[in-house]
Design a protein around this ligand. Structure first.
Ligand SMILES: O=C(O)CCC(=O)C(=O)O
Length: 265
């Protein structure tokens, strides 16, 4: 089932959408087990910063991921939704767990994903899946609807406050925070958002954990340029795109320039 016409129009106009589709309760329960093991296997990494969560072998970023999450990223129904957003040629290139523990969950400052990523032309649809109920009270995702429209990356600065999930934050003059929308989801529901959309989330001081899995898909008309962003921790944690594996999940590599061998050796 693709996005309905109404959902697709919402995505195009606002830069995000919450589709009708959601994962069944038994799959959510099993996903929660996977997430718990993922967190337990990476005791030295903050649970908001588990990049490469879908890659089972250790990666340059120092995270040991889970093969079950790679299977989830290939879910045909999720790919149908993504296809409605970015077209039929789909590359999986990333997956991050943003788990905010109860009472101790870190803020994600307002930002645009495109600020961080080496994809040219810049394009990605993120599917953000709620592993727990994700509500205003436990720091759900919040977005500035329509902020993607100009396909412009606004200037970001390094936010040096302690306890931030990400450190590159959008300059306040580009923000109209009165216009934000909170995306509240029940566990198993998901939202899709565009690479240019301004978004972030608050701390979690509640008694309920808030875990969400962000799966990143790009159209195969774009190129994942592994060498244009050098390995660094200026995002707030270590990022190294040099060996990042890609999976062509649907269609063809229209760019003809994506390398699907790197990172799979
Ligand atoms: O999970 C969050 O609160 C933030 C997620 C996010 O920034 C992203 O998916 O790009």
């Amino acid at each position: 089932m693709p996005l309905s016409a109404r959902e697709k129009s919402h995505y195009q106009t606002n830069g995000y959408v919450v589709p009708d589709f959601q994962l069944p309760a038994d799959q959510v329960a099993s996903l929660r087990d996977t997430v718990d093991s993922l967190i337990a296997s990476n005791p030295d990494v903050r649970p908001e910063q588990l990049v490469n969560a879908h890659i089972a072998k250790p990666t340059a970023e120092g995270v040991q991921g889970a093969a079950e999450l790679l299977e989830l990223a290939k879910h045909p129904q999720i790919l149908d939704l993504v296809e409605s957003a970015i077209g039929p040629d789909i590359i999986l290139w990333g997956c991050q767990l943003f788990c905010k523990p109860a009472g101790d969950g870190m803020e994600v400052p307002w930002h645009q994903d495109g600020q961080y990523w080496p994809i040219r032309p810049l394009a990605t649809c993120t599917v953000w899946i709620a592993i727990d109920d994700s509500l205003v009270s436990n720091g759900c995702l919040r977005v500035l609807p329509g902020s993607h429209c100009d396909e412009t990356l606004y200037s970001h600065y390094t936010d040096d406050r302690e306890r931030l999930t990400l450190k590159q934050a959008i300059e306040p003059q580009h923000l109209d925070e009165d216009k934000f929308a909170d995306i509240e989801l029940q566990a198993g529901q998901m939202s899709l958002h565009d690479v240019y959309l301004v978004h972030g989330s608050n701390v979690n001081t509640s008694v309920n954990r808030r875990a969400g899995l962000a799966i990143r898909y790009m159209p195969a008309s774009s190129v994942f340029e592994r060498d244009i962003i050098q390995p660094s921790d200026k995002s707030g944690y270590k990022i190294d795109f040099s060996k990042r594996p890609l999976w062509l999940l649907r269609g063809e590599d229209r760019s003809g320039r994506n390398n699907f061998s790197v990172g799979h050796e």
